[in-house]
Design a protein around this ligand. Structure first.
Ligand SMILES: Cc1cc2nc3c(=O)[nH]c(=O)nc-3n(C[C@H](O)[C@H](O)[C@H](O)COP(=O)(O)O)c2cc1C
Length: 200
Protein backbone atom coordinates (compact mmCIF):
# COMPACT_ATOMS: atom_id res chain seq x y z
CA UNK A 1 0.00 0.00 0.00
CA UNK A 2 1.20 3.54 -0.78
CA UNK A 3 1.71 4.72 2.79
CA UNK A 4 4.87 6.71 3.32
CA UNK A 5 5.69 9.90 5.22
CA UNK A 6 3.74 10.45 8.44
CA UNK A 7 1.77 7.20 7.92
CA UNK A 8 4.85 5.01 7.39
CA UNK A 9 5.12 1.63 9.11
CA UNK A 10 2.60 -1.04 10.08
CA UNK A 11 2.58 -0.47 13.87
CA UNK A 12 -0.23 1.99 14.71
CA UNK A 13 1.15 2.55 18.24
CA UNK A 14 4.50 3.62 16.78
CA UNK A 15 2.70 6.08 14.48
CA UNK A 16 0.64 7.39 17.43
CA UNK A 17 3.83 7.89 19.48
CA UNK A 18 5.54 9.67 16.61
CA UNK A 19 2.57 12.00 16.02
CA UNK A 20 2.38 12.68 19.78
CA UNK A 21 6.06 13.66 19.81
CA UNK A 22 5.40 16.13 17.00
CA UNK A 23 2.33 17.49 18.82
CA UNK A 24 4.36 17.96 22.03
CA UNK A 25 6.56 20.35 20.07
CA UNK A 26 3.75 22.23 18.29
CA UNK A 27 0.64 22.36 20.55
CA UNK A 28 0.26 25.29 22.95
CA UNK A 29 -0.81 22.98 25.82
CA UNK A 30 -2.06 19.48 26.67
CA UNK A 31 -1.06 17.70 23.42
CA UNK A 32 -2.19 14.48 25.18
CA UNK A 33 -5.76 15.66 25.83
CA UNK A 34 -8.26 13.16 24.43
CA UNK A 35 -12.04 13.38 24.11
CA UNK A 36 -13.11 10.13 25.78
CA UNK A 37 -16.49 8.73 24.73
CA UNK A 38 -18.58 6.27 26.71
CA UNK A 39 -22.22 5.14 26.67
CA UNK A 40 -24.52 4.91 29.67
CA UNK A 41 -26.83 2.00 30.46
CA UNK A 42 -29.49 3.49 28.15
CA UNK A 43 -27.03 3.76 25.26
CA UNK A 44 -26.85 7.55 25.55
CA UNK A 45 -23.33 8.70 24.57
CA UNK A 46 -21.21 10.80 26.88
CA UNK A 47 -17.90 12.53 26.21
CA UNK A 48 -15.28 14.46 28.20
CA UNK A 49 -11.60 15.30 28.04
CA UNK A 50 -8.98 13.28 29.89
CA UNK A 51 -5.20 13.10 29.57
CA UNK A 52 -3.65 10.17 27.74
CA UNK A 53 -0.74 9.10 29.92
CA UNK A 54 0.78 6.10 28.17
CA UNK A 55 0.97 4.76 24.64
CA UNK A 56 2.03 1.17 25.27
CA UNK A 57 3.04 -1.57 22.83
CA UNK A 58 -0.61 -2.55 22.31
CA UNK A 59 -2.82 -0.21 24.38
CA UNK A 60 -3.53 3.31 25.61
CA UNK A 61 -3.74 4.26 29.32
CA UNK A 62 -5.45 7.16 31.13
CA UNK A 63 -6.23 7.77 34.81
CA UNK A 64 -9.37 8.73 36.68
CA UNK A 65 -11.63 8.12 39.68
CA UNK A 66 -13.25 4.66 39.62
CA UNK A 67 -16.41 6.09 41.19
CA UNK A 68 -16.82 8.71 38.46
CA UNK A 69 -19.56 8.73 35.89
CA UNK A 70 -17.09 7.86 33.14
CA UNK A 71 -15.72 4.90 35.12
CA UNK A 72 -19.24 3.57 35.70
CA UNK A 73 -19.97 3.86 32.00
CA UNK A 74 -16.65 2.31 30.97
CA UNK A 75 -17.20 -0.63 33.31
CA UNK A 76 -20.84 -1.03 32.33
CA UNK A 77 -19.98 -1.38 28.67
CA UNK A 78 -16.43 -2.73 28.84
CA UNK A 79 -15.74 -0.46 25.87
CA UNK A 80 -14.81 3.13 25.11
CA UNK A 81 -13.57 5.33 22.32
CA UNK A 82 -11.50 8.49 22.10
CA UNK A 83 -10.33 11.08 19.62
CA UNK A 84 -7.19 13.20 19.64
CA UNK A 85 -7.18 16.37 17.57
CA UNK A 86 -4.14 18.56 17.08
CA UNK A 87 -5.02 21.96 15.60
CA UNK A 88 -1.34 22.80 15.07
CA UNK A 89 -0.80 19.66 12.97
CA UNK A 90 -4.29 19.44 11.47
CA UNK A 91 -4.42 15.76 12.34
CA UNK A 92 -6.64 13.44 14.33
CA UNK A 93 -6.41 9.92 15.70
CA UNK A 94 -9.59 7.96 16.49
CA UNK A 95 -9.51 4.88 18.72
CA UNK A 96 -12.22 2.34 19.72
CA UNK A 97 -11.78 -0.71 21.88
CA UNK A 98 -12.08 -2.79 25.02
CA UNK A 99 -11.28 -1.50 28.49
CA UNK A 100 -9.75 -2.93 31.64
CA UNK A 101 -8.51 -1.40 34.89
CA UNK A 102 -4.86 -0.62 35.48
CA UNK A 103 -4.69 -0.65 39.27
CA UNK A 104 -1.35 -2.35 39.89
CA UNK A 105 2.20 -1.06 40.31
CA UNK A 106 1.93 0.99 37.10
CA UNK A 107 -0.96 3.00 38.58
CA UNK A 108 0.94 3.37 41.88
CA UNK A 109 3.93 4.70 39.98
CA UNK A 110 1.91 7.23 38.00
CA UNK A 111 0.04 8.35 41.14
CA UNK A 112 3.36 8.83 42.95
CA UNK A 113 4.67 10.96 40.06
CA UNK A 114 1.92 13.56 40.53
CA UNK A 115 2.31 16.66 42.71
CA UNK A 116 1.34 16.24 46.38
CA UNK A 117 -1.61 18.61 45.90
CA UNK A 118 -2.92 16.48 43.02
CA UNK A 119 -2.44 13.30 45.04
CA UNK A 120 -4.40 14.78 47.94
CA UNK A 121 -7.00 16.18 45.57
CA UNK A 122 -7.63 12.67 44.29
CA UNK A 123 -8.36 11.58 47.88
CA UNK A 124 -10.63 14.55 48.55
CA UNK A 125 -12.80 14.54 45.43
CA UNK A 126 -15.83 12.31 45.00
CA UNK A 127 -15.60 12.88 41.28
CA UNK A 128 -18.91 13.37 39.42
CA UNK A 129 -20.99 13.50 42.64
CA UNK A 130 -22.87 16.69 43.60
CA UNK A 131 -20.83 19.09 45.75
CA UNK A 132 -22.52 21.54 48.14
CA UNK A 133 -19.80 24.20 47.94
CA UNK A 134 -16.17 24.92 47.07
CA UNK A 135 -15.58 25.43 50.83
CA UNK A 136 -16.72 21.88 51.56
CA UNK A 137 -14.20 20.51 49.04
CA UNK A 138 -11.38 22.63 50.49
CA UNK A 139 -12.28 21.34 53.98
CA UNK A 140 -12.05 17.77 52.63
CA UNK A 141 -8.61 18.60 51.17
CA UNK A 142 -7.51 19.98 54.56
CA UNK A 143 -8.75 16.79 56.25
CA UNK A 144 -6.86 14.40 53.96
CA UNK A 145 -3.77 16.62 54.19
CA UNK A 146 -3.73 15.76 57.90
CA UNK A 147 -4.82 12.12 57.69
CA UNK A 148 -2.76 11.05 54.62
CA UNK A 149 0.39 13.07 55.25
CA UNK A 150 3.21 13.84 52.84
CA UNK A 151 3.25 10.42 51.18
CA UNK A 152 -0.37 9.48 50.53
CA UNK A 153 -0.89 6.03 49.03
CA UNK A 154 -2.90 5.75 45.83
CA UNK A 155 -6.59 5.79 46.75
CA UNK A 156 -8.24 2.41 46.07
CA UNK A 157 -10.94 4.32 44.14
CA UNK A 158 -8.47 6.03 41.77
CA UNK A 159 -6.39 4.46 39.01
CA UNK A 160 -6.00 3.78 35.34
CA UNK A 161 -7.94 2.33 32.48
CA UNK A 162 -6.21 0.56 29.65
CA UNK A 163 -7.95 0.71 26.29
CA UNK A 164 -7.06 -2.17 23.96
CA UNK A 165 -8.08 -1.00 20.50
CA UNK A 166 -9.92 -2.90 17.81
CA UNK A 167 -9.89 0.15 15.56
CA UNK A 168 -7.41 3.03 15.13
CA UNK A 169 -7.78 5.64 12.43
CA UNK A 170 -5.18 8.22 11.46
CA UNK A 171 -6.38 11.34 9.65
CA UNK A 172 -4.29 14.12 8.16
CA UNK A 173 -5.50 17.27 6.49
CA UNK A 174 -5.02 17.32 2.72
CA UNK A 175 -5.39 19.99 0.05
CA UNK A 176 -8.98 20.72 -1.15
CA UNK A 177 -10.45 18.61 1.69
CA UNK A 178 -8.90 15.52 0.13
CA UNK A 179 -7.65 14.32 3.48
CA UNK A 180 -5.64 11.17 4.02
CA UNK A 181 -7.23 8.48 6.19
CA UNK A 182 -5.83 5.08 7.14
CA UNK A 183 -7.67 2.66 9.39
CA UNK A 184 -6.25 -0.27 11.33
CA UNK A 185 -8.91 -2.82 12.32
CA UNK A 186 -8.95 -6.19 14.06
CA UNK A 187 -11.83 -8.34 15.28
CA UNK A 188 -10.52 -8.57 18.87
CA UNK A 189 -7.43 -7.19 20.60
CA UNK A 190 -5.85 -10.66 20.20
CA UNK A 191 -6.09 -10.65 16.38
CA UNK A 192 -3.69 -9.16 13.87
CA UNK A 193 -4.40 -5.86 12.15
CA UNK A 194 -5.82 -5.21 8.71
CA UNK A 195 -5.10 -1.78 7.19
CA UNK A 196 -7.27 0.17 4.75
CA UNK A 197 -7.10 3.56 3.11
CA UNK A 198 -10.45 5.37 3.45
CA UNK A 199 -12.18 8.02 1.39
CA UNK A 200 -12.00 11.42 3.04
C1 LIG B 1 -7.81 19.13 29.27
C2 LIG B 1 -8.53 18.33 30.30
C3 LIG B 1 -7.91 17.19 30.83
C4 LIG B 1 -8.57 16.42 31.80
N1 LIG B 1 -7.95 15.28 32.25
C5 LIG B 1 -8.61 14.45 33.10
C6 LIG B 1 -8.03 13.20 33.48
O1 LIG B 1 -6.92 12.82 33.05
N2 LIG B 1 -8.74 12.40 34.32
C7 LIG B 1 -9.96 12.77 34.80
O2 LIG B 1 -10.55 12.00 35.57
N3 LIG B 1 -10.55 13.94 34.44
C8 LIG B 1 -9.90 14.78 33.60
N4 LIG B 1 -10.49 15.96 33.20
C9 LIG B 1 -11.83 16.29 33.72
C10 LIG B 1 -12.89 15.55 32.91
O3 LIG B 1 -13.08 16.18 31.65
C11 LIG B 1 -14.25 15.43 33.63
O4 LIG B 1 -14.71 16.72 34.00
C12 LIG B 1 -14.17 14.57 34.89
O5 LIG B 1 -13.29 13.49 34.74
C13 LIG B 1 -15.55 14.03 35.27
O6 LIG B 1 -16.09 13.33 34.18
P1 LIG B 1 -17.27 12.25 34.38
O7 LIG B 1 -18.26 12.88 35.31
O8 LIG B 1 -17.83 11.99 33.03
O9 LIG B 1 -16.64 11.02 34.99
C14 LIG B 1 -9.86 16.79 32.26
C15 LIG B 1 -10.46 17.92 31.72
C16 LIG B 1 -9.82 18.68 30.75
C17 LIG B 1 -10.53 19.87 30.17
Amino acid sequence: MDRGGIFAGDDPFAIARSWMAEAEASEINDPNAIALATVDAQGLPNVRMVLLKEIEADAFVFYTNYGSKKAQEIEGAGKAAFVLHWKSLRRQIRVRGMTEREEGPQADEYYASRSLKSRLGAWASKQSEPLSSREYLMAEVAKVTVTKGAHPPRPPFWGGFRLRPVEIEFWADGAFRLHDRFRWTRETPLDSWGIQRLNP
